[in-house]
Design a binder for this molecule. Sequence first.
Ligand SMILES: O=C(O)CCC(=O)C1=CC=C[C@@H](O)[C@@H]1C(=O)O
Ligand SMILES: [Mg+2]
Length: 321
Amino acid sequence: MRSAQVYRWQIPMDAGVVLRDRRLKTRDGLFVHLQMADREGWGEIAPLPGFSRESRDDAEAALRAWSLAWRDGGEPLLPGLPSVDFGISCALAELEGTLPQEADYRAAPLCTGDPDELFAVLAAMPGEKVAKIKVGLYEAVRDGMVANLLLEAIPDLRLRLDANRAWTPLKAQQFAKYVNPAYRERIAFLEEPCKTRADSLAFARETGIAIAWDESLREDDFRFVAEPGVRAVVIKPTLTGSIAKVREQVNAAQAQGLTAVISSSIESSLGLTQLARIAAWLTPDTVPGLDTLNLMQAQLLRTWPGNTLPHLGPEALEPLL
Ligand SMILES: O=C(O)CCC(=O)C1=CC=C[C@@H](O)[C@@H]1C(=O)O
Ligand SMILES: [Mg+2]
């Protein structure tokens, strides 16, 4: 006997969360819950506005159709929408016991504004000190000064930076000018500095600051190849697709000597804890980019160890089937 349920949910976000120039007031998504005999599995389907190609309505229609077909005993193909394929593959993997329980709950602390806050967090961080800062939101010169200040003040810090393609080559140069060349090696990577890949590659060559691809992975002509100055790829499973596809991408990156970083698409705590398991399994040597739970006002179903946000149970879910 199989049963399948699809749920809708909505979580209020912290007041200041801005994504691609728009304020994200709520995070809206779906869960799928599959049961067979005494086994069960959950998966999260939450297209990220401004990043996912599919809308939430598209995702819901595809998820409903797949779930009904599976419940009726079929082995339907994954629908081919990345967020839906990711969520269904997680639910199936839990059901089949193929997603290991062990998780990597280290998260590179994410700092969008005040570097002072980051000082406190890093001072209390055991082991490898790695943090991520959003750049490109203010003046490039200010970003350069902040990065330089942090690298100077915390000698064992490695920084990940993310410009989300905000800079012209000139602005990227203005940023680099303020980062002491002696510290540049401790920029683990700067995600997508410029609008085009060619400009980003030129930036890496000219400044010695390593870059990482994130947005580029969703472009049709993107290939996993080693190029001078490229150190890492950021893999966001909700934007990628099934666990199998995520695994293929991790392998393709590692085969080229690139670091693969499993990263959040601002999933709820359910999806994030599954990403922490995927990271422990597929990229055990790399701190994942999963510090996004505190952008929300609540956790859903499963909790992230040590997180103090309120926890909402099944009563917060709206069943759709
Ligand atoms: O990668 C991380 O460390 C955290 C996730 C993160 O930075 C992002 C998640 C989703 C959308 C973006 O604003 C941002 C990114 O661009 O990588
Ligand atoms: Mg990014």
